[in-house]
Write a protein that binds this ligand. Structure first.
Ligand SMILES: Cc1cc2nc3c(=O)[nH]c(=O)nc-3n(C[C@H](O)[C@H](O)[C@H](O)COP(=O)(O)O)c2cc1C
Length: 344
């Protein structure tokens, strides 16, 4: 049903500015659970990540649902976990539009949204409403936290702590995002000393809620490995690799827009940096692989490398709302076929 709607709507949506299309789709997001029906992923797909039970290894990456308005929809579409945000302590408008661009042939996106969001307090209120109305999903929900643009880097720790304070007890995990390219100075917080100061404050403040660190694919291998070590030493529960890239691999350079590149063209770089993150983590913490995942093969590849789970965002734009269920079904069929071959 949703896929038929998508097939009809796609040519129209793709003629609109990308953010206008996004807003149009979000206007109907409340209907998605009704249209999608209640079909859980096959139990064979269940994974545990940082102590949390994901019914599928495919999670929703941050940025699509910054204010947590569509959480039941993402669970209904088959995602095994939902990461909302990036949310900041202060509400903010983000960068001027246009700020989101499609590379249709390459299945890539370039964005410079700049953390447009209603703020951590507003997100906490929506999450509370979701719980009180019995619409909380049966998948883990994480809040991805960023620094407010108005807050200088020297005060970043306090800014993140304000968000943790607003959201503690309301989400299943936190993500410290120091890797988005569209907030000036944010990625400097990935350097050893500021990162250590930040995580040494956030992890205890989160109390029992696991804290994950999301890193950029533009870090040199040494710096990436160092960030992973800092995260492990500070008690982080997982690494999420990777965010978008400011580089323009392959033919994507023809889109003359600054911002972070995601989707298929990001995949080779993400894959390389995920390998670095896995080697640095040395199984002390799980790694969630993100970047250009659009098929069951892509998921299998990241899992075979050693990732505990994956996330995706851009592929949903190009392949529609049925994508995650199709991936789940394909993965489940392969698992069952493999079990039959083994005679189990
Ligand atoms: C429009 C857009 C907005 C994004 N916003 C955020 C964000 O707010 N916080 C974040 O950590 N990642 C953000 N991301 C990055 C994604 O979470 C993900 O790391 C990246 O897009 C790679 O995955 P993909 O190739 O499956 O899209 C955004 C990505 C896109 C395309």
């Amino acid at each position: 049903m949703l896929d038929s709607l998508y097939r009809i709507a796609r040519p129209l949506l793709f003629r609109l500015d990308a953010e206008t299309a996004h807003r149009l789709v979000f206007a109907g997001i409340g209907l998605v659970p009704l249209l999608a029906g209640d079909r859980r992923p096959d139990p064979v797909l269940a994974v545990k990540v940082a102590g949390l039970d994901w019914p599928s290894p495919v999670g929703l990456a941050a940025g699509l649902d910054k204010d947590g308005v569509g959480i039941p929809a993402w669970a209904a579409l088959g995602f095994g976990a939902v990461e909302v945000g990036t949310v900041t302590a202060l509400p903010q408008a983000g960068n001027p539009r246009p700020r989101l661009f499609r590379l249709v042939d390459e299945e890539g996106l370039v964005n410079r949204m700049g953390f447009n969001n209603e703020g951590a307090v507003a997100l906490a209120a929506s999450l509370a409403r979701l719980r009180s109305t019995g619409r909380w999903p049966r998948v883990p929900v994480g809040a991805n936290l960023g620094k407010s643009k108005l807050t200088p880097n020297e005060d970043a720790v306090g800014d993140y702590l304000n968000s943790v304070g607003a959201l503690r007890g309301k989400v299943d995990y936190f993500v410290v995002n120091v890797s988005s390219p569209n907030t000036p100075g944010l990625r400097a917080l990935q350097d050893k000393e500021p990162l250590k100061r930040l995580l040494d404050a956030v992890v205890p403040a989160a109390q029992r809620t696991p804290v994950m660190l999301k890193i950029a694919p533009d870090l040199e291998d040494d710096a990436l490995a160092e960030a992973v070590d800092v995260a492990v030493d500070s008690g982080c529960a997982a690494i999420i690799a990777t965010n978008t890239t400011t580089s323009r691999p392959g033919t994507t350079g023809r889109l003359d827009q600054y911002g972070g590149l995601s989707g298929k063209p990001l995949r080779p770089l993400s894959r390389a940096k995920i390998a670095v993150a896995l080697a640095a983590a040395r199984q002390r913490v799980p790694v969630i692989g993100v970047g250009g995942v659009s098929t069951a093969d892509d998921v299998e590849e990241y899992l075979a490398m050693g990732c505990a789970a994956v996330q995706l965002y851009s592929a949903l734009i190009f392949h529609g709302p049925g994508l995650v269920r199709r991936i789940n079904d394909e993965l489940a069929a392969r698992r069952h076929a493999a079990a039959t071959r083994r005679g189990t």
